[in-house]
Design a protein around this ligand. Structure first.
Ligand SMILES: Cc1cc2nc3c(=O)[nH]c(=O)nc-3n(C[C@H](O)[C@H](O)[C@H](O)COP(=O)(O)OP(=O)(O)OC[C@H]3O[C@@H](n4cnc5c(N)ncnc54)[C@H](O)[C@@H]3O)c2cc1C
Length: 405
């Protein structure tokens, strides 16, 4: 009588998480793809192993700066002035890739390379660009961007209280700035202040450590983006030479808005990376974590959460892939950038909370690499213009009515 042999099923190799589900990075030329791979490897091998510790401690990983500088990516998107150049798609993918591992690190980089260097590139004179951009591209000088104030956040365009008064070839700055990323330790600040003579908001390059009356207090007790050091800047009769006024553009609030149009768009890339990081970690966990004797990833309700997360990510990627085309064609409007930021940050809040939920209790432990993304998404939802401000920009563009008060 033939003995019945039960076939033992070998476990098949599980698919690795694929966060580029619709292959939109395929549009990058090979040399730019190589840069993204270099950034990814850096983030995975140098940043990931230590970032949770720094996040918990509320401190910045200065130990990484020498090796990060060697990547040579500061000033990406800027041609000339010692900057590496690169397409808008490369710049976006880079922000996304950095945030995929850590959103704080993406913010530190975005403030320096996008907000501070972008302010000088878009609004500075030729001499200012020649003087500052090469130093900043080499990251020998790190920058910050001071727009928000303790009493004025969303309403800075009309309500800014920091003043600039001209005396000969010197400007006297007085006032406070709050929430300023990198400020507690960086070298130069782009300070936006209201000229008391014409009531217009103007930008100034202030050398933090060499300007008497300029002081920064580190903000404490944040629950998001804890690696980024945010500061409250106080300026008490700070004297800044006329040579440091960003006088290459309009000399009005439009100059700050021009910078923000690009960086808001980059925030949409960053928050898409945040979602990718949360999703990948949740997916790996679902493939490994056993309950009722089976991987939780084999349960329909967990698969639904994962599919919804991936849907959000792909929707955000498709949207920003199109906005980057508009940017490359010089057609990106404030409303385009605002809609991308509003949409991607609101989808991200869903994605990171589904990732957290799918991991049960471990979803709130920093060690499992989802809790950090969960908390960090909250800050991006509000910075560089809150969700409400972005929707008001879109609302004005589509209805013709301004609902700003
Ligand atoms: C982690 C982090 C990093 C940051 N980094 C920087 C930086 O580097 N440089 C910098 O300059 N700033 C920075 N900011 C500041 C950020 O841009 C502001 O927090 C943001 O613009 C909102 O300002 P606010 O916090 O003062 O909120 P408020 O303006 O006081 O708003 C509070 C609430 O009221 C809502 N609201 C306000 N006005 C209206 C209205 N008219 N209609 C409907 N709703 C309204 C807002 O949407 C929000 O929900 C940072 C903030 C954070 C959290």
């Amino acid at each position: 009588m033939a003995t019945e042999r039960k076939e033992i099923k070998q476990p098949k190799a599980l698919p690795a998480p694929n966060v580029d589900f619709y292959e939109f990075a395929a549009d990058l030329p090979a040399e730019e793809m190589a840069i993204i791979k270099k950034v990814r490897e850096y983030m995975e091998t140098k940043v990931q192993p230590i970032i949770n510790k720094y996040w918990v401690e509320d401190s910045f990983p200065f130990e990484l700066l020498p090796s990060f500088k060697e990547l040579g990516i500061a000033g990406s998107g800027i041609d000339g002035y010692g900057c590496p150049g690169g397409s808008p798609l490369l710049v976006g993918l880079m922000a996304m890739e950095i945030a995929r591992t850590d959103t704080s690190f993406a913010t530190f980089f975005g403030v320096h390379s996008g907000l501070a260097m972008g302010s000088i590139y878009l609004n500075g004179t030729e001499e200012q660009k020649q003087k500052w951009l090469p130093l900043m591209a080499r990251m020998e000088k790190i920058g910050c961007f001071g727009l928000t104030e303790p009493l004025v956040g969303s309403g800075t365009a009309g309500g800014m209280t920091t003043t600039a008064k001209r005396e000969g070839d010197t400007w006297i700055l007085n006032g406070q700035k709050r929430w300023i990323g990198n400020a507690p330790w960086c070298d130069i600040s782009i300070i936006w202040a209201r000229d008391v003579a014409d009531n217009q908001v103007k930008g100034f390059i202030v050398e933090n450590k060499a300007t008497p009356g300029f002081s920064v207090e580190k903000m404490q007790n944040k629950i998001a983006l804890k690696v980024v050091q945010n500061g409250q800047i106080t300026m008490d009769n700070c004297r800044v030479p006329e040579a440091n006024r960003l006088s290459g553009a309009t000399g009005t609030f439009k100059d700050a808005a021009h910078v923000l149009r690009g960086t808001r768009h980059l925030s949409a890339w960053e928050i898409t990376g945040t979602q990718m990081g949360a999703y990948e970690n949740a997916l790996k966990y679902a493939q490994e974590r056993l309950q009722f004797g089976k991987p939780i990833g084999s349960f329909q309700l967990i698969q639904e959460l994962l599919a919804k997360m991936l849907g959000n990510i792909v929707a955000c990627q498709c949207m920003i892939a199109r906005t980057v085309q508009l940017e490359a064609e010089g057609k990106l409007s404030d409303a385009h950038a605002a809609l991308a930021k509003a949409f991607c940050t609101s989808k991200a809040r869903e994605t990171v909370s589904w990732a957290r939920e799918s991991m049960g209790g471990n979803g709130i432990l920093v060690d499992y690499n989802v809790a950090r993304h969960f908390a960090d998404a909250e800050a991006i939802y509000s910075y560089e213009g809150t969700y409400q401000m972005q929707t008001l920009i879109v609302g004005k563009a589509i209805t013709g009515f301004s609902a700003f008060v």
